[in-house]
Design a protein around this ligand. Structure first.
Ligand code: ADP
Ligand code: BMX
Ligand code: ZN
Length: 286
């Protein structure tokens, strides 16, 4: 059966048809910024409309805590201020198909786990609009009893760091994410997004990218201590940006031996969330 996979991120919405690990008719559009659900509903309808007739079910990878089919933002600023969205109920009504939903980084973790040559314990980290995570231990994706498991972007990087949209000060996300990088920019970089900041070769731009990579490397050492994972896979548009992973690797190599863990770029690149949601919906592990 063909799955209509949808990825709801803080910056972009994507959708595609998935059969096995083959993706077709991939479409994307910007995530609307709105505190009310109307704009998101409209964008999702327009995005999935041409695909619905080809699919037998819907699988969603979405930013936010996904529990019982409802999206609750841990950091509403990442979703245009939207705090709650009845994701599954809305998409069931809009598509008339069965719908399952899971957090975006948890979904991507599952796809990346399935791509590992050895099914080792692994942690996936996305450095994108926010910083998300997914943990697979003993072959099981950890979602937690309320969907919060793996929200590693909201662990502490610096108690004196910037305020995070989740209400806590100094989260990894506030320093390392695309939004976090942009929010810390000053002077000639103020108002630019992370993509533009990455393209600038100035001391401030290099410094912002370096603090992101540092915060991520320290998080990876913490994650190694918590899970003893055998590999950490990094995705998201910041995580996959040219030169970023080598910086993280260089920072991690400064930590003691016990915290060393191989780092890899996401095998499925920007499509890990879409594919992981589809795999979880079918119960397949490639
Ligand atoms: P989403 O969070 O919607 O899943 P992305 O993974 O594309 O989307 O992450 C969006 C963030 O990545 C934004 O902050 C954007 O500025 C940043 N970004 C996009 N492309 C690049 C790039 N080539 N280099 C660095 N940052 C990028
Ligand atoms: C935030 C949080 C996570 C998400 C992560 C990455 C919200 C809306 N999202 O920490 O659930 O996994 O961002 O999301 O609270 P992305 O949009 O960067 O892919
Ligand atoms: Zn936070």
């Amino acid at each position: 059966m063909t799955t209509l996979a949808i990825d709801i991120g803080g910056t972009k919405l994507a959708a595609a048809l998935v059969e096995g690990d083959v993706m077709s008719m991939r479409r994307a559009c910007p995530t609307p910024g709105s505190r009310t659900p109307g704009a998101l509903e409209e964008a999702l309808r327009a995005l999935v409309l041409p695909l619905v007739k080809h699919a037998g079910r819907v699988a969603v990878a979405s930013t936010g805590i996904i529990h019982n089919g409802v999206l609750t933002s841990i950091n509403p600023a990442n979703l245009g201020g939207l705090e709650h969205f009845p994701l599954v109920a809305f998409l069931e009504a809009a598509t008339q198909l069965p719908v399952m939903a899971v957090n975006d980084a948890q979904a991507a973790a599952w796809a990346e786990f399935c791509a590992l040559p050895e099914r080792d314990d692994m942690v996936f980290l996305t450095v994108s609009t926010g910083v998300g995570g997914g943990v697979v231990l003993n072959g099981k994706l950890q979602t937690g009893s309320g969907g919060l498991a793996g929200h590693l972007g909201h662990t502490l990087a610096d108690p004196a760091g910037p305020l995070c949209g989740c209400g806590r000060r100094g989260c990894v996300e506030a320093i390392a994410s695309g939004r976090g990088i942009a929010a810390q920019a000053q002077g000639e970089l103020a108002g630019l997004d992370a993509k533009a900041i990455f393209s600038r070769d100035t001391p401030q731009a290099r410094g912002l990218v370096a603090s992101s990579a540092h915060a991520l490397a320290r998080l990876i050492a913490d994650v190694k201590a918590v899970t003893d994972c055998q590999v950490v896979v990094v995705g998201g548009s910041v995580g996959l940006a040219e030169g970023y992973l080598p910086l993280v690797k260089a920072c991690l190599s400064q930590e003691p031996d016990v915290y060393q863990v191989p780092l890899r770029a996401a095998h499925y690149r920007h499509d890990a969330g879409l594919l992981g949601a589809a795999l979880l919906a079918t119960g397949d592990a490639l």
